[in-house]
Design a protein around this ligand. Structure first.
Ligand SMILES: NC(=O)c1ccc[n+]([C@@H]2O[C@H](COP(=O)([O-])OP(=O)(O)OC[C@H]3O[C@@H](n4cnc5c(N)ncnc54)[C@H](OP(=O)(O)O)[C@@H]3O)[C@@H](O)[C@H]2O)c1
Length: 260
């Protein structure tokens, strides 16, 4: 039987690359996004180029029941999900005391609540079947506190911690949970988060390369996959927990300030 991948944030820079990876591998797709036109265009592109079936679900993750709507939709259609890719997410520059409650709550819903609920809804079925793979898109931001994007870094720390712990809990069930932790990528992310003028986004990695690393890591059942890190970032990954926090935060704040 053909396998099916459910991909959130499918219309975004990294999401579209995941779509191509799964479609190239002949997997049917459930594409989730909040913009009906973008989703329709993506569906048409995939159906035109690949011999796979595409179902779309339009839902805004800042709404209360987004995850339940997705689960109910695929259940009602009798679609079995084999791969769950929690990719939708957003950043947002600004100091914590100036960002609005609405902005931060919305980010928490998209980055944390919906992926958590989707895992809660789908992983029990995966465990029952003794098969299923989850790929959660976190960020290298998960490793450190991030002044000027404090909320975003904290949401990604949550995603990595939760994903790793669940991966451990299901390790003997045939189910895997892989966390992708990229550095800066050239997608719509910087524009959406007001970060285009920052040093951090002066040179981003290509989304196709990051998606390839995440996809391969998920197939291999890896715990964590780092991708798209700059040569300067790479040596710091292992050192991060022991480096002095204040110095690191000074560096991160500088990278996330507007450069002009
Ligand atoms: N780009 C980076 O530098 C970078 C680095 C590390 C990790 N990441 C992570 O990579 C993932 C993908 O982001 P990206 O880089 O591909 O950015 P992107 O191009 O901005 O794509 C983000 C995706 O999330 C969707 N999304 C945002 N808010 C949503 C909401 N309220 N409801 C439903 N969907 C929503 C967007 O939908 P629309 O198309 O409708 O906007 C889009 O499909 C995110 O989890 C991000 O945190 C990105």
């Amino acid at each position: 039987m053909k396998k099916t991948a459910l991909i959130t944030g499918a219309t975004g820079g990294l999401g579209r690359e995941f779509v191509k990876k799964f479609a190239t591998a002949g997997k049917d797709l459930v594409l989730v996004g909040r913009n009906p036109q973008k989703l329709a265009n993506l569906k048409a592109m995939v159906e035109n180029r690949y011999a796979v079936r595409v179902e779309t679900i339009v839902v805004d993750f800042s709404t209360e029941t987004a995850a339940e709507q997705i689960f109910d939709h695929v259940t009602a259609k009798g679609i079995q999900i084999d791969y769950l890719v929690n990719n939708a997410g957003l950043g947002g520059q600004g100091v914590f005391v100036e960002r609005t409650m609405a902005q931060d709550v919305s980010m928490m819903r998209v980055n944390m609540l919906v992926p958590t609920k989707l895992m809660k809804l789908f992983i029990p079925e995966f465990v029952k079947r003794g098969a299923g793979k989850v790929l959660n898109v976190s960020s290298s931001a998960a490793l450190i506190p991030g002044p000027l994007q404090a909320e975003y870094y904290a949401t990604k720390a949550y995603v990595t911690s939760l994903s790793n712990a669940i991966a451990y809990e299901v390790k003997d069930t045939g189910v895997t949970v892989t966390t992708l932790m990229p550095g800066a990528i050239e997608t719509g992310f910087a524009k959406a988060g007001g970060l285009t003028q920052t040093k951090m986004f002066a040179h981003g990695a290509l989304p196709a390369d990051v998606a390839q690393a995440g996809y391969q890591g998920m197939l291999a059942g890896k715990l964590n996959v780092f991708a798209g890190l700059s040569a300067m970032q790479r040596p710091f990954v292992g050192l991060m927990p022991i480096l002095p926090k204040k110095a690191i935060m000074g560096f991160v704040a500088n990278q996330q300030s507007n450069s002009n």
